[in-house]
Design a protein around this ligand. Structure first.
Ligand code: CUA
Length: 190
């Protein structure tokens, strides 16, 4: 009877070492991949910042400029561009209910009046932070009509978990029929 193949024999020891070495190489490869990803994304994003920095004066936000109450909500520009303007404050969004068309690019522009807030729209990729004195902006397209919840996702104080808005995605034709030039749309009941 050979002892080479029994447990703990010289063969199984060699196999264990080979397996160990294989694992070491796999781990080294994963670490090397992560380092390459870090270097690539670092260089890529410093060459192409995600958005330009736009600032806004928190003290006069409610009084003049883009984020006065009458300018909040969804507007359709003369070129057909859809823009949603909103502000976040402890503990609500304004407007509380946002209307957007489906299948059309929508640009969000938002800021905060007090502390850092943020939002994500349902299961879509619409997701941003809202930071006092800065304008957050991104453009997204909602593929299908329906209602989505829009919770605040940055801890902003004791009322954080109660801070959310709704987003109504309407079929594009229905939305355009409601939109009037110069008006700001929202689905807040009046
Ligand atoms: Cu606003 Cu959390």
């Amino acid at each position: 009877m050979s002892t080479a193949a029994t447990a703990g024999g010289p063969d199984s020891h060699a196999i264990a070492i080979a397996a160990e070495r294989r694992w070491a190489w796999v781990v080294i490869a994963i670490m090397a991949l992560l380092v390459v990803m870090m270097i690539f994304t670092g260089l890529h994003w410093s060459a192409m910042p995600p958005s330009r920095v736009e600032t806004v004066d928190v003290k006069t936000l409610h009084l003049k400029g883009e984020f006065v109450e009458s300018n909040l909500g969804t507007s359709v520009g003369p070129d057909g561009k859809v823009t949603v303007r909103l502000i976040a404050q402890q503990y609500s969004f304004q407007p509380q209910c946002i209307v957007v068309p489906a299948g059309v690019p929508v640009t969000f522009r938002g800021t905060s009046t007090d502390t850092i807030h943020g939002f994500v729209v349902g299961t879509t990729n619409a997701n941003t932070m809202l930071i006092p004195a800065f304008v957050s902006t991104f453009t997204t397209t909602f593929p299908k009509a329906g209602e989505q919840l829009m919770p605040c996702h940055e801890y902003c104080g004791t009322g954080h978990e109660a801070m959310w808005a709704r987003v109504q995605v309407l079929p594009a034709a229905e939305f355009m029929a409601k939109a009037k030039p110069g008006e700001r749309l929202s689905c807040v009941p009046r």
